[in-house]
Design a protein around this ligand. Structure first.
Ligand SMILES: C[S@@+](CC[C@H](N)C(=O)[O-])C[C@H]1O[C@@H](n2cnc3c(N)ncnc32)[C@H](O)[C@@H]1O
Length: 283
Protein backbone atom coordinates (compact mmCIF):
# COMPACT_ATOMS: atom_id res chain seq x y z
CA UNK A 1 0.00 0.00 0.00
CA UNK A 2 1.43 3.42 -0.92
CA UNK A 3 1.94 6.38 1.42
CA UNK A 4 -1.35 8.02 0.46
CA UNK A 5 -3.44 4.99 1.40
CA UNK A 6 -1.30 4.26 4.47
CA UNK A 7 -2.32 7.64 5.84
CA UNK A 8 -6.00 7.12 4.87
CA UNK A 9 -6.18 3.67 6.50
CA UNK A 10 -4.26 4.82 9.61
CA UNK A 11 -6.73 7.69 10.03
CA UNK A 12 -9.79 5.46 9.69
CA UNK A 13 -8.25 2.67 11.82
CA UNK A 14 -8.21 5.06 14.72
CA UNK A 15 -11.74 6.31 14.04
CA UNK A 16 -13.46 3.02 13.21
CA UNK A 17 -14.82 1.89 16.58
CA UNK A 18 -16.23 5.32 17.49
CA UNK A 19 -17.18 6.30 13.92
CA UNK A 20 -20.89 5.59 14.33
CA UNK A 21 -21.06 8.11 17.18
CA UNK A 22 -21.66 10.62 14.35
CA UNK A 23 -25.21 9.25 14.48
CA UNK A 24 -25.56 11.25 17.74
CA UNK A 25 -23.96 14.45 16.45
CA UNK A 26 -26.55 17.09 15.62
CA UNK A 27 -25.09 18.32 12.34
CA UNK A 28 -24.58 14.80 10.99
CA UNK A 29 -28.04 13.71 12.14
CA UNK A 30 -29.36 16.62 10.10
CA UNK A 31 -27.17 15.94 7.07
CA UNK A 32 -28.08 12.22 7.10
CA UNK A 33 -31.79 13.00 7.31
CA UNK A 34 -31.37 15.43 4.41
CA UNK A 35 -29.51 12.94 2.20
CA UNK A 36 -31.81 10.01 3.06
CA UNK A 37 -34.79 12.03 1.88
CA UNK A 38 -32.93 13.29 -1.23
CA UNK A 39 -31.92 9.70 -2.09
CA UNK A 40 -35.51 8.56 -1.68
CA UNK A 41 -36.81 11.32 -3.96
CA UNK A 42 -34.10 11.00 -6.61
CA UNK A 43 -33.83 7.20 -6.79
CA UNK A 44 -37.48 6.21 -6.34
CA UNK A 45 -38.40 6.99 -9.98
CA UNK A 46 -35.44 4.87 -11.17
CA UNK A 47 -35.98 1.95 -8.80
CA UNK A 48 -39.78 1.87 -8.67
CA UNK A 49 -41.15 -1.54 -9.55
CA UNK A 50 -37.80 -3.36 -9.18
CA UNK A 51 -38.23 -6.57 -7.21
CA UNK A 52 -34.49 -6.98 -6.64
CA UNK A 53 -31.95 -4.18 -6.12
CA UNK A 54 -28.26 -5.08 -6.22
CA UNK A 55 -26.21 -2.53 -4.28
CA UNK A 56 -22.47 -1.83 -4.37
CA UNK A 57 -21.34 0.35 -1.46
CA UNK A 58 -17.96 1.58 -2.74
CA UNK A 59 -16.14 3.09 0.25
CA UNK A 60 -18.73 1.64 2.61
CA UNK A 61 -16.89 2.52 5.83
CA UNK A 62 -18.93 1.16 8.73
CA UNK A 63 -21.85 0.38 6.42
CA UNK A 64 -24.06 3.25 7.51
CA UNK A 65 -25.37 3.93 3.99
CA UNK A 66 -25.96 0.28 3.13
CA UNK A 67 -28.14 0.11 6.23
CA UNK A 68 -29.88 3.39 5.34
CA UNK A 69 -30.45 2.28 1.74
CA UNK A 70 -31.87 -1.05 2.91
CA UNK A 71 -34.27 0.81 5.21
CA UNK A 72 -35.32 3.17 2.39
CA UNK A 73 -35.86 0.66 -0.42
CA UNK A 74 -35.88 -2.77 1.24
CA UNK A 75 -39.59 -2.58 2.06
CA UNK A 76 -40.73 -2.89 -1.53
CA UNK A 77 -37.70 -4.67 -3.07
CA UNK A 78 -35.15 -7.28 -2.04
CA UNK A 79 -31.86 -5.46 -1.48
CA UNK A 80 -28.58 -7.38 -1.56
CA UNK A 81 -25.02 -6.46 -2.39
CA UNK A 82 -21.35 -5.92 -1.71
CA UNK A 83 -19.54 -3.47 0.56
CA UNK A 84 -15.97 -2.52 -0.36
CA UNK A 85 -13.58 -0.43 1.72
CA UNK A 86 -9.82 -0.02 1.89
CA UNK A 87 -9.93 0.19 5.70
CA UNK A 88 -10.23 -3.28 7.28
CA UNK A 89 -11.11 -1.60 10.59
CA UNK A 90 -14.06 0.36 9.18
CA UNK A 91 -15.28 -2.66 7.25
CA UNK A 92 -15.08 -4.90 10.34
CA UNK A 93 -17.73 -2.66 11.94
CA UNK A 94 -19.83 -2.89 8.75
CA UNK A 95 -19.51 -6.66 8.72
CA UNK A 96 -20.95 -6.95 12.24
CA UNK A 97 -23.94 -4.89 11.12
CA UNK A 98 -24.73 -6.68 7.88
CA UNK A 99 -24.30 -10.12 9.43
CA UNK A 100 -27.04 -9.32 11.97
CA UNK A 101 -30.80 -9.24 11.36
CA UNK A 102 -32.50 -7.81 9.35
CA UNK A 103 -29.59 -7.68 6.86
CA UNK A 104 -28.06 -11.13 7.47
CA UNK A 105 -27.36 -13.29 4.42
CA UNK A 106 -27.80 -10.51 1.85
CA UNK A 107 -24.49 -8.62 1.90
CA UNK A 108 -20.83 -9.48 1.57
CA UNK A 109 -17.86 -7.35 2.65
CA UNK A 110 -14.64 -7.08 0.68
CA UNK A 111 -11.55 -5.19 1.82
CA UNK A 112 -10.06 -3.45 -1.20
CA UNK A 113 -9.32 -0.33 -3.18
CA UNK A 114 -12.24 0.85 -5.30
CA UNK A 115 -9.77 1.94 -8.00
CA UNK A 116 -9.54 -1.76 -8.90
CA UNK A 117 -12.07 -4.36 -7.72
CA UNK A 118 -11.19 -7.62 -9.52
CA UNK A 119 -13.19 -9.76 -7.03
CA UNK A 120 -16.39 -7.82 -7.76
CA UNK A 121 -18.24 -9.01 -10.87
CA UNK A 122 -18.72 -6.58 -13.76
CA UNK A 123 -22.09 -5.19 -14.89
CA UNK A 124 -23.91 -6.60 -11.87
CA UNK A 125 -25.21 -3.72 -9.72
CA UNK A 126 -28.25 -1.45 -10.04
CA UNK A 127 -26.98 1.16 -7.61
CA UNK A 128 -23.54 2.15 -6.32
CA UNK A 129 -23.19 4.47 -3.33
CA UNK A 130 -19.99 6.33 -2.40
CA UNK A 131 -21.16 8.52 0.43
CA UNK A 132 -19.42 11.18 2.45
CA UNK A 133 -16.16 11.99 0.74
CA UNK A 134 -15.01 8.57 -0.45
CA UNK A 135 -14.00 10.10 -3.80
CA UNK A 136 -12.34 12.93 -1.90
CA UNK A 137 -9.98 10.43 -0.24
CA UNK A 138 -9.37 8.30 -3.34
CA UNK A 139 -5.98 8.92 -4.93
CA UNK A 140 -7.09 8.47 -8.55
CA UNK A 141 -10.78 9.38 -8.75
CA UNK A 142 -10.90 8.90 -12.54
CA UNK A 143 -9.78 5.25 -12.11
CA UNK A 144 -12.30 4.67 -9.34
CA UNK A 145 -15.12 6.08 -11.47
CA UNK A 146 -14.22 3.95 -14.49
CA UNK A 147 -14.14 0.90 -12.21
CA UNK A 148 -17.50 1.74 -10.63
CA UNK A 149 -19.05 2.23 -14.05
CA UNK A 150 -17.78 -1.20 -15.09
CA UNK A 151 -19.41 -2.80 -12.03
CA UNK A 152 -22.80 -1.17 -12.69
CA UNK A 153 -25.30 -2.85 -14.98
CA UNK A 154 -26.24 -0.72 -18.01
CA UNK A 155 -28.51 2.06 -16.73
CA UNK A 156 -27.31 1.56 -13.16
CA UNK A 157 -26.82 4.67 -11.05
CA UNK A 158 -23.89 5.96 -9.01
CA UNK A 159 -24.73 8.28 -6.12
CA UNK A 160 -21.72 9.97 -4.54
CA UNK A 161 -21.40 12.67 -1.89
CA UNK A 162 -18.15 14.59 -1.93
CA UNK A 163 -16.30 17.74 -0.93
CA UNK A 164 -17.34 21.04 -2.55
CA UNK A 165 -14.56 23.50 -3.44
CA UNK A 166 -16.71 26.56 -2.80
CA UNK A 167 -17.65 25.33 0.66
CA UNK A 168 -13.99 24.46 1.35
CA UNK A 169 -12.97 28.06 0.51
CA UNK A 170 -15.70 29.45 2.76
CA UNK A 171 -14.93 27.04 5.61
CA UNK A 172 -11.20 27.85 5.53
CA UNK A 173 -11.96 31.54 5.95
CA UNK A 174 -14.64 30.93 8.59
CA UNK A 175 -12.20 28.94 10.72
CA UNK A 176 -9.21 31.24 10.12
CA UNK A 177 -7.21 28.62 8.17
CA UNK A 178 -5.55 30.81 5.55
CA UNK A 179 -3.01 28.19 4.47
CA UNK A 180 -5.87 25.82 3.67
CA UNK A 181 -7.63 28.56 1.72
CA UNK A 182 -4.54 28.73 -0.50
CA UNK A 183 -4.37 24.92 -0.88
CA UNK A 184 -8.02 24.76 -1.93
CA UNK A 185 -7.48 27.54 -4.42
CA UNK A 186 -4.26 26.12 -5.90
CA UNK A 187 -4.60 22.34 -5.50
CA UNK A 188 -8.30 21.65 -4.78
CA UNK A 189 -7.16 19.93 -1.57
CA UNK A 190 -8.15 20.70 2.03
CA UNK A 191 -7.61 19.50 5.57
CA UNK A 192 -10.69 20.55 7.51
CA UNK A 193 -8.81 20.03 10.79
CA UNK A 194 -5.24 19.24 11.84
CA UNK A 195 -5.70 15.50 12.32
CA UNK A 196 -7.46 14.43 9.14
CA UNK A 197 -5.70 13.59 5.87
CA UNK A 198 -6.00 15.95 2.90
CA UNK A 199 -9.20 15.67 0.95
CA UNK A 200 -9.88 16.56 -2.65
CA UNK A 201 -12.73 18.96 -3.31
CA UNK A 202 -14.60 19.50 -6.54
CA UNK A 203 -16.65 22.04 -8.43
CA UNK A 204 -19.83 21.10 -10.23
CA UNK A 205 -18.10 21.49 -13.61
CA UNK A 206 -15.11 19.31 -12.65
CA UNK A 207 -17.49 16.58 -11.53
CA UNK A 208 -19.47 16.68 -14.74
CA UNK A 209 -16.25 16.37 -16.75
CA UNK A 210 -14.85 13.58 -14.58
CA UNK A 211 -18.02 11.48 -14.82
CA UNK A 212 -18.47 12.00 -18.54
CA UNK A 213 -14.81 11.07 -19.12
CA UNK A 214 -15.40 7.84 -17.16
CA UNK A 215 -18.26 6.96 -19.52
CA UNK A 216 -21.26 7.92 -17.36
CA UNK A 217 -24.31 9.64 -18.86
CA UNK A 218 -27.06 11.85 -17.38
CA UNK A 219 -24.76 13.41 -14.80
CA UNK A 220 -26.76 15.45 -12.30
CA UNK A 221 -25.09 17.41 -9.51
CA UNK A 222 -27.05 18.54 -6.46
CA UNK A 223 -25.80 19.58 -3.06
CA UNK A 224 -26.50 20.23 0.57
CA UNK A 225 -27.14 21.03 3.28
CA UNK A 226 -27.15 24.48 1.71
CA UNK A 227 -28.14 26.81 4.53
CA UNK A 228 -26.96 25.16 7.74
CA UNK A 229 -23.18 25.36 7.75
CA UNK A 230 -21.01 23.25 10.06
CA UNK A 231 -18.21 24.70 12.19
CA UNK A 232 -14.89 23.23 13.30
CA UNK A 233 -16.50 20.99 15.98
CA UNK A 234 -18.48 19.15 13.32
CA UNK A 235 -15.30 17.96 11.57
CA UNK A 236 -14.75 15.62 14.56
CA UNK A 237 -16.88 12.63 15.55
CA UNK A 238 -17.91 14.28 18.84
CA UNK A 239 -18.91 17.83 19.76
CA UNK A 240 -21.11 20.56 18.30
CA UNK A 241 -20.68 24.30 17.82
CA UNK A 242 -22.93 26.40 20.03
CA UNK A 243 -24.72 27.93 17.06
CA UNK A 244 -25.72 24.51 15.74
CA UNK A 245 -26.83 23.33 19.16
CA UNK A 246 -29.35 26.13 19.25
CA UNK A 247 -30.36 25.76 15.57
CA UNK A 248 -30.92 22.00 15.81
CA UNK A 249 -31.32 21.44 19.53
CA UNK A 250 -34.99 20.48 19.48
CA UNK A 251 -36.75 18.24 17.01
CA UNK A 252 -39.23 20.88 15.81
CA UNK A 253 -36.41 23.32 14.95
CA UNK A 254 -34.53 20.60 13.08
CA UNK A 255 -37.68 19.51 11.22
CA UNK A 256 -38.38 23.07 10.09
CA UNK A 257 -34.82 23.61 8.80
CA UNK A 258 -34.99 20.29 6.99
CA UNK A 259 -38.23 21.36 5.34
CA UNK A 260 -36.52 24.53 4.08
CA UNK A 261 -33.46 22.62 2.81
CA UNK A 262 -35.64 20.11 0.97
CA UNK A 263 -37.75 22.84 -0.61
CA UNK A 264 -34.66 24.27 -2.35
CA UNK A 265 -32.05 21.55 -2.90
CA UNK A 266 -33.26 20.70 -6.43
CA UNK A 267 -33.05 24.30 -7.69
CA UNK A 268 -30.01 24.45 -10.00
CA UNK A 269 -29.36 27.96 -8.66
CA UNK A 270 -28.48 26.69 -5.19
CA UNK A 271 -25.87 24.12 -6.23
CA UNK A 272 -22.40 25.28 -5.32
CA UNK A 273 -23.57 26.52 -1.95
CA UNK A 274 -23.75 23.02 -0.47
CA UNK A 275 -21.47 21.78 2.30
CA UNK A 276 -21.13 18.70 0.11
CA UNK A 277 -22.10 17.89 -3.48
CA UNK A 278 -24.19 14.91 -4.54
CA UNK A 279 -23.61 13.38 -7.96
CA UNK A 280 -26.17 11.11 -9.56
CA UNK A 281 -24.94 9.54 -12.80
CA UNK A 282 -26.10 6.65 -15.01
CA UNK A 283 -23.84 3.93 -16.39
C1 LIG B 1 -15.65 9.47 5.46
S1 LIG B 1 -15.67 7.73 5.26
C2 LIG B 1 -17.30 7.43 4.68
C3 LIG B 1 -17.76 6.01 4.92
C4 LIG B 1 -19.21 5.72 4.54
N1 LIG B 1 -19.42 5.79 3.10
C5 LIG B 1 -20.15 6.66 5.25
O1 LIG B 1 -20.70 7.57 4.61
O2 LIG B 1 -20.34 6.49 6.46
C6 LIG B 1 -14.68 7.49 3.81
C7 LIG B 1 -14.36 6.01 3.57
O3 LIG B 1 -13.72 5.87 2.29
C8 LIG B 1 -12.78 4.82 2.39
N2 LIG B 1 -11.84 4.90 1.27
C9 LIG B 1 -11.00 5.92 0.97
N3 LIG B 1 -10.32 5.63 -0.15
C10 LIG B 1 -10.74 4.40 -0.58
C11 LIG B 1 -10.40 3.57 -1.67
N4 LIG B 1 -9.51 3.94 -2.58
N5 LIG B 1 -11.02 2.38 -1.79
C12 LIG B 1 -11.94 1.98 -0.87
N6 LIG B 1 -12.29 2.74 0.20
C13 LIG B 1 -11.71 3.94 0.34
C14 LIG B 1 -12.17 5.04 3.76
O4 LIG B 1 -11.48 3.92 4.23
C15 LIG B 1 -13.41 5.39 4.59
O5 LIG B 1 -14.00 4.25 5.16
Amino acid sequence: MNEHYQSVTAYFAEKAEAYDDVDQQLYWVFSDRFYREVLRRELAPILDGKREIRLLDAGAGTGRWTVAFDALFGGQSGVSGTLVDISPDMLAVAERKVQAPPHAGRFRCQVGNIESMPEVPDASFDVCLSFYNVLSFVEHPERALREIRAKLAPGGVHAAVLGNTYHALYFSLLTGRRAELERVDKESMIRFNDVMPSMRCYTLRQLEELYLAAGFTNVKVLGGPNFLYPGMEETFVHGATERLQSDLGDRAAMDRLLEIELAHYADPGVVGRGNTLLVLARA
